[in-house]
Design a protein around this ligand. Structure first.
Ligand SMILES: [Zn+2]
Ligand SMILES: [Zn+2]
Length: 285
């Protein structure tokens, strides 16, 4: 079913296939009049989407982002609405998320070099190929240069947790993401929570950090999931939001922007718009 609002969409600023302006056009053609652009760890598409939205007087664009965060054994995505791309602290956080794996590898190489160990970043990158950089790639570089005899020795001598060249990966926890969204004057929403193992635990944590809502109406969430999530939203006093999570990647069956089995109710749509107006008024003060 089509919905006049969609609070979760991706463009080429992350892994969507449409440019921000093409996305706005497609959403408009499918009856969407209020859309949040929520690219992964990036607000690069917001400016273009805003310009495109100006072409449609009855269309509201909500600037947003989807932050990837870690919990033990898994990942949690947190949506942030009404965040201004020009904010330096926001950009720093997003850059940190994008770079965390890379940076960590580079920092370990720097530490090794400072110890007189002649491994290079180029070596590590070669071992990592297209994949995300990890400690085993640093270990392979050490092995190649003859500093160690096997991979585990790299961890024992250099890059294990207590090793002299160990560097931490800058990880954001879900509650840190929520707290930073709130601190920056945005509105935080838990994305696609249906399959989280300990939903109540996550919600208790995030509610304490300032979470305002969670996705209940999500592209393919059927009645039963929606009912269960609505109940959780009520218990934790969260506003039920949602969207299509449109990427344009998943073939013919992927719903277009605004496409949800159970569309967003009017109260939910109005609640987000009202919070947006409140935030704007606070920022203007
Ligand atoms: Zn996601
Ligand atoms: Zn998404």
């Amino acid at each position: 079913m089509e919905c006049r609002a969609d609070f979760h969409c991706h463009s080429t600023a992350s892994d969507g296939i449409l440019s921000p302006s093409e996305l706005v056009k497609l959403a408009y053609e499918h009856g969407v009049r209020i859309m949040a652009l929520t690219d992964h760890d990036s607000t690069e598409g917001v400016e273009e989407a805003r310009r495109a939205a100006e072409g449609y007087p009855d269309f509201t664009l909500i600037p947003g982002v989807e932050m990837g965060t870690d919990i033990p054994g898994g990942e949690v995505h947190v949506l942030g609405y009404f965040l201004e791309p020009g904010n330096a602290e926001l950009q720093e956080t997003l850059q940190r998320l994008r770079d965390s794996r890379r940076l960590r590898g580079q920092r370990m190489v720097e530490k090794l070099q400072a110890m007189g160990v002649e491994v290079t970043w180029e070596q590590v990158e070669r071992f990592a190929g297209d994949g995300a950089v990890g400690r085993p790639h640093v270990a392979q570089a050490l092995l190649e240069k003859g500093y160690i005899d096997n991979i585990s020795e790299a961890f024992e001598k250099y890059i294990g947790r207590d090793g002299p060249a160990y560097a931490d990966r800058t990880k954001l926890t879900p509650s840190e993401a929520v707290a930073s969204i709130v601190r920056l004057g945005g509105v935080a929403c838990l994305a696609h929570p249906r399959d989280l193992e300990d939903l109540d635990g996550v919600l208790a944590d995030l509610k304490a950090a300032g979470l305002a809502g969670m996705e209940v109406h999500y592209k393919y969430y059927e009645e039963e999931a929606v009912k269960r999530l609505l109940d959780a939203a009520r218990r934790f006093d969260l506003i039920p939001w949602g969207g299509s999570d449109y990427h344009g990647l998943y073939g013919e069956d992927e719903p277009f922007p605004g496409g949800m089995v159970s569309p967003l109710p009017d109260e939910s749509i109005e609640a987000l718009l009202r919070l947006g107006r409140e935030r704007a008024a606070e920022k203007a003060r």
